[in-house]
Design a protein around this ligand. Sequence first.
Ligand SMILES: [Zn+2]
Length: 622
Amino acid sequence: MEILERVKSLLPKEAISRIELEGSEIIVYTKDREFFKTYEDTIRQVVGQLKKRIEIRPENNLSLEQEATRQKIMEIVPPEANIKEIYFEPERSLVIIAAEKPGLVIGKGGETFRRVRTESFWVPRIERVPPIKSDIIDGIRKVLHTEVKFRKNFLNKIGESIFSERITSRYWIRVIGLGACREVGRSCFLVETPKSKVLIDCGVNAGGTNSGAYPILNTREFDYNELDAIIISHSHLDHLGFVPTLYERGYSGPLYLTTPTIDLATLLWLDYIDVMQRNAVNPIFTAKGVKEAVKRSVPLEYGEVSDVAPDVRLTFQNAGHVLGSALIHLHIGEGLHNIVYASDLKYGRTPLLDQAFTDFQRVETLILESTYGGAEDIKPPRQESENELMNIINRTMERNGGCLIPSFAVERAQDIMTILVENNFQYPVFIDGMIWDATGIYTAYPEYMSRNIQKKVFSNQDPFKSEIFKRVASPSDREKVLEQKPCVIISTSGMLTGGPAISYLQALAENPNNTLIFVGYQTEGTMGRRIQKGWKEVPVKLEGGKTISINLQMEVATIDGLSGHSDRNQLLSFVNRLAAKPDKVIVIHGENQKVLDLARTIHQLFRIETVAPKNLEGIRLK
Ligand SMILES: [Zn+2]
């Protein structure tokens, strides 16, 4: 392979034993101790010249024995790092160090890390052990570890495909919406380039009827055998709910996403199977599809540039929407065209996340969401909404009431938790079921959160570790919760369509001292929406299937400005602040009127060509 030959020619011949690919990363194995200790300058030059990622690893016969390596690591790394586990992947010359404080395993300027490497002749990989245990993270790490041989092979095959000399009959760049055009839900976009095909997102529309629930894949352009990669923006089902189904149908290529996204996605996928089964609906995928997706996931960090297909280079940047959410930058050909996919994004700070990245040096085509892009979609300032939330909660505490906050498990719940801690809230806050699991995943990735939160985590003031939070893990815990007023309860589901929130509602509904607070969007037809409209007699379906009617006397409030989406002004500011002005904006992911409205406004304000395609309409970019 040409690229491997070029690397070889730039390195000292006698030091190199073999060169392999792991995805787009070039792995050089060395049999030379001196070279392994001192290669950094040489490699920096080669990387600069080839613009490829290169890692040097020692051959196994150089490595210290495993037990001796363990001891050495415990000697070198300060005990405050709290190492929980050390294990090995000799197939890749890696030692994995799982610690509560990964920063201390790295050390100042990487010093500790470097010592471990040069004294043990293993390449360290460091994992954070989250302060709130997460079965999902444990499960995923275990799958990736036990499948190390499969992974090595798989990544090697991807690498060969990425660096292959591929010839096709295409000479154009085209994007086709297979969902989420003039609608919200089932996001899915096919990008064709002269040499490659990649899919961006593959979601479901939970509220959609049969024909509108899933992406439109029975089109001539779409053949999963021809896909080089699936690239996922973030962990919401309308962006990745169909991914395990694709794997069950036979797609076997890579899935690019951030690490928090694969963790949160796995939580959501497994819950989705569970909910469908409980409602006696045949799930569209099984745990097998989830495992296949995990096995083929290729995590990238924000800002990490990676070749993903013969003429496509991918970079993720912070989207500010949920933990690990990404704007997707695709560089096509050598300077031929650049696409930024921004769906979904928040161009505004929240307590948890910094606002979306705008410093793209090249963007010719921007693909932009418009969930709140309509003329009337101006939200109140964030601070106002937070104050209002705290006022309602405090008022309820003063009258010895219970506050029920139905919430989606990912992001909004953690957002509310952070607001409570920042306002010095002192009463117990009960966190039910899946929200606790999602919060565990949050605590594993402080580096994906706002600078403000990072500062707190690193000075031992992790908001999620606050003592006000109490986990509710079982139905008997749930009964105890209701005896402890005043208190706050955060529970799924966010629109009162099921989940433990229903039993809390039932217990709290008839006492006017209690309060029900909606903090997220309530879809038409859901129980949440009916209560917002003023229904007082509410039919509730209990776990066993029995329906009872409850008399709603509790206070009901809606807090409007906490959305993880940009409002209209934030969308416009985002376009305005982009470091490079796009030639074309493709407006997607919004109701018909909002899409048209935002497209028209962007055209008028910025003199940029805008398009509002329907599903299946291809847009040629080059
Ligand atoms: Zn989203």
